[in-house]
Design a binder for this molecule. Structure first.
Ligand code: SAH
Ligand code: SF4
Length: 386
């Protein structure tokens, strides 16, 4: 099936090309962009300053399509989480975190993740697929205009975006860049580069490419102070070890909108939270201008890991701070709806390929144990939405 083009997939350049293809002037692209991303309009016929003939042509050739919302939950601290259906049994999550001075949206870039960090529930699901630019920007589009409606406010609600939801954004590079261009475009969301943060587990060549293409604020998921430990926690480290990662960070800083990299460090009890680790991190901080954000581990079923005790996290932070390394401890938000870092999609694992495979495997094993011949086996893949 050949679906008609989705206008949410297009940044300004792509929209100009699309309008030209339809025989329209390039400025129509700006009008369209503003209708969609400034006004939140999804009905082409309601775009009143476009000629009727253009609207009719557009409505018959293109669509404005966002993933359907499967679940919409709000935590006691005001954190709001949406579960979005991206088809074929895949779902991704988007989280809004309100604070007195800002509203932050945490956006997903992939359904699942191939990096498979040992402390991350998204990683434990396996990788399903990359999101399209439209599926990425639709998270901001949907959240911004739903929040405005629900809060009965016409001003902007979301002031910051963090690419810290499900997936590794630098392993879905082009769609992520297209979506971030829209975030920064004055005819769309007009966010400054300092207010859009991309978080990566350390895809070194892509960090360098991002520096040249669209240098937004950068967060790097470090989580370990030496290669031996990082190889275990973030398997991508075997390909891009810490030394190369730090070189890429220094390259990035020449282009970055802030003069530091944020290193994220998930505090895991008895794993990466000893004084020796803090001392190794201090050495790392001598090589790159950085800040540390210590994230108390958010547990999920079957992880086999525990959050470092509060006292340990505070001592760790003090060791870093006393050595002159700026360090914060991340406040955990949205625990009661599993919206905290690393918990995303933790409770919909039966929608994932990995779980489907496991279920298929278990069912097969049971049947084989019951004496059924392997040739007679046919186990239907579980289709959660059917
Ligand atoms: N893939 C990217 C962005 C998504 S993860 C990355 O890894 O940076 C966003 C952040 O949440 C990362 O710093 C990640 O390491 C952290 N995180 C993942 N699982 C976590 C967990 N269970 N508890 C706390 N933080 C976690
Ligand atoms: Fe993927 Fe990031 Fe989770 Fe690692 S922490 S598995 S890179 S989403």
């Amino acid at each position: 099936m050949n679906a008609s083009p989705n206008l949410l997939d297009m940044d300004a350049t792509a929209l100009v090309a699309f309008c030209t293809q339809l025989g329209e002037k390039p400025f129509r692209a700006r009008q369209l962009l503003r209708w969609i991303h400034v006004n939140g309009q999804s009905d082409i016929q309601a775009m009143s300053d476009l000629a009727k003939s253009f609207r009719t042509k557009l409505a018959s050739t293109a669509q404005i399509l966002a993933p359907p919302i499967l679940r919409d939950s709000t935590a006691s601290d005001g954190t709001r989480k949406w579960l979005l259906d991206v088809g074929c049994g895949n779902a991704v999550e988007t989280v809004f975190i309100p604070e007195p001075d800002r509203g932050t949206l945490c956006v997903s870039s992939q359904a699942g993740c191939a990096v498979n960090c040992s402390f991350c529930s998204t990683g434990k699901q396996g990788f399903s697929r990359n999101l399209t630019p439209g599926e990425i920007i639709a998270q901001l589009w949907m959240a911004e205009f739903l929040l405005r409606r629900d809060l009965n406010q016409s001003d902007r609600v979301i002031s910051n975006v963090v690419m810290m939801g499900m997936g590794e954004p630098l392993l879905n590079y082009e769609p992520v860049i297209t979506a971030m261009r829209l975030m920064l475009d004055d005819n769309a969301y007009g966010l400054s580069r300092r207010r859009v943060t991309l978080s990566t587990s350390g895809v070194v060549p892509m960090i360098e490419r991002l520096a040249r293409d669209l240098p937004v604020a950068l967060a790097v998921s470090l989580h370990a102070s030496n290669d031996r430990l990082r190889d275990q926690l973030v398997p991508l480290n075997k390909k891009y070890p810490i030394k190369e990662l730090l070189t890429a960070c220094n390259f990035y800083l020449k282009y970055a909108p802030r003069d530091f990299i944020t290193f994220e460090y998930c505090m895991l009890d008895g794993v990466n939270d000893f004084d020796t680790h803090a001392h190794e991190l201090i050495k790392i901080a001598e090589q790159v201008k950085c800040k540390f954000n210590l994230i108390p581990f958010n547990p999920f079923e079957g992880s086999g890991l525990k959050r470092s005790p509060r006292q340990r996290i505070e001592r760790f932070a003090k060791l870093l701070t006393d050595a002159g390394v700026f360090t914060t401890i991340r406040k955990t938000r949205g625990d009661d709806i599993d919206a905290a870092c690393g918990q995303l999609a933790g409770n919909i694992q039966d929608r994932t390929k990995l779980a489907q495979r496991t279920l298929k495997f278990t069912a097969k094993k049971q049947l084989l144990n019951q004496g059924v011949s392997p040739n007679d086996l046919y186990v239907e893949t579980i289709r959660p939405y059917s």
